[in-house]
Design a protein around this ligand. Structure first.
Ligand SMILES: Cc1ncc(COP(=O)(O)O)c(C=O)c1O
Length: 445
């Protein structure tokens, strides 16, 4: 590579102080960072990140559940270079090779019948596009979303996200209705699984009958809520909900922005663990390997009237992002990530359950594959969310060289969604760090 051509302004050996000051001066505050003193990352390899002071961190959060193949994966770097040297960009007004090749590859790993793909730049856009298509197809405005859900930051995806992910009360003018999600640790109905008869799922019928015109365009849900706090309903939840959605003419959308691409282990898509066959799968994050891409897979009948006037994105499906998408899918297959996520996930979850036995701070451990949540509580009986304590946990783990994510409506759930490149040794080190950290925090409780 000819480094001489890279702008000096980029290559300069910057000091962290200068970068943070520049951010403060020239970047809007919505670009916020984790930690009292933000970390400045400059390099990464595998599931390890290096900061500007040379400190290394085990990454359990993959940016934000995104860098599935880890950092600086040679196949991704080579593909980026190869494609950039040929064609970085032209719009979808013209055919390019990577777009349909990626579409075909995705169809090969998709649930039966999802044979058409559309690419945009992000998860929000993917959900917007899927919901637009569903409304157009059904000629119905009603969309059902789940309590505690997060689906993005565009206008419509804010509306289908739970209060808690919106800073100001935003109206729900456009036919969005909410139904309870299956959250057994804090059951909405005060019941216990399995004697509950999965009332949370059955309640959807009440929502549709009392808040729509007895028909809906779409139901949208994650198989495991990510931002919501790694909440995984029992699989019957999805089966019951799916049946109701179909009864009222709706299109079932599985938002797999976080759960897709093997993260949940054994299967490519989270919904495949539930026995439900979705009509649309929306995706983003993982398959870009860090490049911006989003999209959906759907059945041809829904796509047949989704025309050029309905969907277009200048950068959607650009050659560079799609080329990397192809590389990421190959890496997942070559490295056996589906099996690895399952094996490592089970190992890690068991270790975390052992920590739960030793630490009162840990109220619940849940999730599947490499999508694990650790819900922290101040008191096991009252389940008071440890929303402050988790911040201390994050500060301490950072000092010890471990990066974790945070989620949940009360911000008290540790999110573990690492690159699938994470090694068993790294899992063991992470568990030791969490164990020490929980002890330190509990001393102050
Ligand atoms: C489930 C889910 N859907 C959609 C989105 C929005 O994706 P993006 O940030 O790429 O717009 C996110 C982002 O976190 C997500 O977790």
């Amino acid at each position: 590579m000819n480094d001489e051509l890279v702008p000096d302004d980029l290559k300069k050996a910057y000091r962290k102080k200068e970068i943070l000051e520049t951010e403060k001066k020239h970047v809007v505050p919505t670009v916020g960072h984790y930690y009292e003193e933000p970390v400045l990352f400059v390099e990464g390899e595998g599931a390890t990140l290096k900061d500007s002071n040379g400190n290394e961190y085990i990454d359990l959060f993959a940016g934000i559940c995104t860098t599935i193949a880890g950092y600086a994966h040679p196949k991704i770097v080579a593909t980026l270079k190869w494609q950039a040297e040929r064609l970085i960009y032209t719009s979808t007004l013209y055919s390019t090779i990577p777009y349909p090749v990626l579409a075909r590859k995705l169809v090969q790993i998709a649930p039966e019948g999802l044979s058409q793909a559309y690419f945009v730049n992000s998860g929000s856009e993917a959900n917007e596009a899927a919901l637009f298509m569903a409304r157009k197809y059904t000629n119905n405005p009603y969309i059902i979303a789940c309590s505690r859900a997060y689906h993005g930051r565009t206008t419509l995806t804010r509306e289908i996200s739970s209060a808690g992910w919106r800073s100001v009360p935003e109206p729900h003018p456009s036919g969005v209705r909410f139904t309870p999600y299956g959250y057994c640790y804090r059951c909405h109905f005060g019941k216990e699984y399995p004697d509950c008869d999965i009332e949370c799922a059955r309640y959807l019928k009440e929502v549709i009958r009392t808040q729509t015109n007895n028909a809906i365009a779409a139901f949208i849900a994650e198989p495991i809520q990510g931002v919501g706090g790694i909440i995984q309903p029992p699989k019957e939840y999805f089966q019951i909900v799916h049946e109701i959605v179909k009864e009222y003419g709706g299109i079932y959308i599985s938002d797999e922005v976080q759960t897709g691409f093997g993260r949940t282990g054994k299967r490519w898509w989270g919904i495949q663990h539930t026995g439900v066959e979705p009509d649309i799968i929306t995706m983003a994050k993982g398959f870009g390997g860090g490049m911006p891409i989003g999209g959906f897979l759907t059945r041809p009948e829904y796509a047949s009237d989704y025309l050029m006037i309905d969907g277009f994105a200048t950068f959607g499906g650009n050659p560079l992002s799609c080329a990397v998408g192809i590389a990421v899918l190959e890496i997942i297959e070559e490295q056996g990530y589906l099996e690895k996520a399952s094996k490592h996930g089970e190992y890690m979850k068991n270790k975390l359950k052992e920590l739960q036995e030793q630490h009162n701070l840990v109220g619940d451990v849940r999730g599947q594959g490499m999508m694990i949540g650790v819900e922290l509580v101040r008191d096991r009986e009252t389940k008071e969310p440890a929303s402050q304590e988790i911040l201390t946990v994050m500060e301490i783990t950072k000092k010890k060289g471990l990066l974790i994510g945070k989620g949940g409506l009360d911000g008290n759930v540790i999110r573990i969604q690492p690159p699938l490149e994470l090694t068993k040794n790294q899992i063991d080190s992470a568990i030791t760090i969490l164990d020490e950290t929980f002890s330190e925090v509990e001393e102050k409780l």
